[in-house]
Design a protein around this ligand. Sequence first.
Ligand code: OAD
Length: 256
Amino acid sequence: MKKQGTSVMNCVNLLREAQSVAVLSGAGVSTSAGIPDFRGPNGIYRRQYDVDPERIFDIDFFLEAPSFFYRFHREFLTALEKITPTYTHRFLAALERDGKLKGIVTQNIDALHQQAGSQSVLEIHGGVWSSRCISCGQSYDYKTSYKMTMAEEVPHCCGCGGVIKPNIVFFGEAVMHLNECQSLMHKADLLLVLGSSLTVAPAAILPSLCKGSIIVVNKGYVSPAYLAPDRIDIRIDGDLDEFFQELNTELQLGIQ
Ligand code: OAD
């Protein structure tokens, strides 16, 4: 069993020694920007809807009743227009500029890593930046699908009238960029798992592919189902922005 510590200095030392850092990020990295997570105390899956909120991203339910997803999605797109990257996003962009961070696998669809300046980002659950008609496959860019989503209860294809769906990965669909995600994990000598309950596979399986050290920073429960607790070198149960601010008092990266 590996020794677990909670000291930020231990993390600083691991980061100083590392040559190839990878990140797996989850919804917790964006909560301080104003995007709720799923399973935290104020998470989306804790809300009371007339339908089980876990069905928002269920492909079978989307095909049956797309208006439930679109009710949630309009709220998400409205929030997205107003938010900016958090300290954590900006720290990670600086770590990439510094040459240490080789890539981020994110389960998030908010593109805040890219907005913060990160170049190497793999959106394993897709994103909202493009959409397509589920009947004829016609593509729609963000601006067009945004306008349609705000104007109609369920946006429909201009060509065939089919339902339009953003290129977000729903439960029951294949994830994206899996080979690249796996390769990033294999090559990493240090992996940072940030703001994820590690509940949803295959994303949650990825950390177990890393042969290097693993730091997990997450406020609250992290599932042991896919990453055995004895594979975690350092587990910080605290706020991400506070953690990276403390880390940077030592590392002194230029945060933009
Ligand atoms: P979860 O909501 O399952 O986990 C987010 C974790 O971040 C929770 O444990 C929170 O307590 C923690 N957290 C929140 N704010 C934090 C902060 N400021 N500092 C530190 N920790 C914080 O989200 P994910 O693990 O990302 O999938 O969820 C994985 C997938 O489940 C999502 O991508 C989505 C969802 O169903 C799809 O939609 C396909």
